[in-house]
Ligand binder design. Sequence first.
Ligand SMILES: [Cu+2]
Length: 502
Amino acid sequence: MMNSQPVRFTRRTFFRGAAVLFAGAFLSACGTTPRGYHGPRRALPIPPLADAVREGSGVTFRLDAGAVDAAILPDATTPVWGFNGAHLGPTLRVRRGEEVTLQVHNGLSEMTTIHWHGMKLPAEMDGGPHQPIEPGETWAPRFTVDQPAATLWYHPHPHGLTGLHAYRGLAGLFYVDDALSDGLNLPGEYGVDDIPVILMDHKFHEDGTLDDIEVPDLGLKGDVATVNGITNAGFTATTRRVRLRLLDASTMRFFNLRFSDGRTFHVVASDSGLLPEPVPVEHLYLSPGERTEIVVDLAPEEEIMLEAAAFPENLEVPEDEYALDFGLQDRFELLQLTGPPEGTAVPGALPAQLAPVPELDVTDAVEREFRLNTFEINGELMDMTRVDVTIDHDRPEVWTVVNENSDWIHNFHIHNAFFHVLSVAGTQAPIWTQGPKDTVALPPGTTVRLAVSFGQYPDPEWAYMYHCHMLFHEDQGMMGQFVMVEPGREADLGEVYGHTGH
Ligand SMILES: [Cu+2]
């Protein structure tokens, strides 16, 4: 993205972010109330665990997408979308080896799709742009879970509309458990000491309705942050140690997460599963689509704030009058944590070892390059009829992804895969690269080399996606398609494309 391109809404607003953190001082000075941060703190909503019907090794869930009213703000009702009568979706929880059936009913008035982000599965079941669910229809994908324990999620993926549909609230968590994760001494009681934390941002009209007008180049980047669908959330712990499963479900926003007292916490898992060992950090960057599991210890009755801080060096995005405001200087109070009562048992040491690193042999691996530039990948916009990459073998590949823009951030997500970040060049920013991942952040000028392991479900007729997970970028065309085939076969989307009507 060069500065000669027309960009609007570029002026960075110091007061907006600062007002959140220093509300008292700025409210009188500015006369503006940061929306949703006044009034009493509300208890963090915990998404319900989805009802599961289990029979043998099979498990079935039902998701009903529909329009609902939500109390995102303390003083208004916001019409949004969600599942099973609630804003956002229930948490799906499955075990490795289970045969999952999802009955996804579209009770909305328009077509959407639901994608299982991070799951290795046949492309036909992936819920990408090629699996539309028309209003009134039910789509029932089936697949067997064959990957390690991880915090995955689900969200819409209709081509050109993903940002809008996700923004309206069609998103939920999708946990995978396995024998190894069962046996680890980590907090693991859902909603008690193992807490889902879905981070989003929104824009509101004065009456509390969502502002869903996409702004040039920034889409639906919001100015109000929410956790599990509300502003100003608090969680009172009953234990001294809590595990937070953090998901950046925003359409465009990067978060620099830290605690208000700068304390050290431990990262125990990345997008696609557990780390080899807990990693102590004092802050953590998340970009849209990324997940991280962290463990934090609380003193009795103390109060600390999980907050989004400004990015040092603006994440290497220039801060001049031409630059887009990606919100990298915004600050938000996200989630207040209150320690348990005095006398609550002190937790022991964290496990020294978590999960072994999956070995990926990339000797003589096929190498591919993906150059991200504005809304294009390798000079092209997404075309649902075009196969960009055909993979005709069952080995890992090395993908090099380059952010060619000097003043735009991007990230990169690959369906049906996990990857190890082999190297990072072109940035000093401490983007999170450890552990198995499916989405990686790319500050301006950054090059990452990824060792990518794909799920093995060769099928010439159905495509998987790779894309920037900043959803406005994706919706503008920053996406490509890959097809996995048996050796010697060729991809052939033709008929499928006709069948779907898209
Ligand atoms: Cu992008």
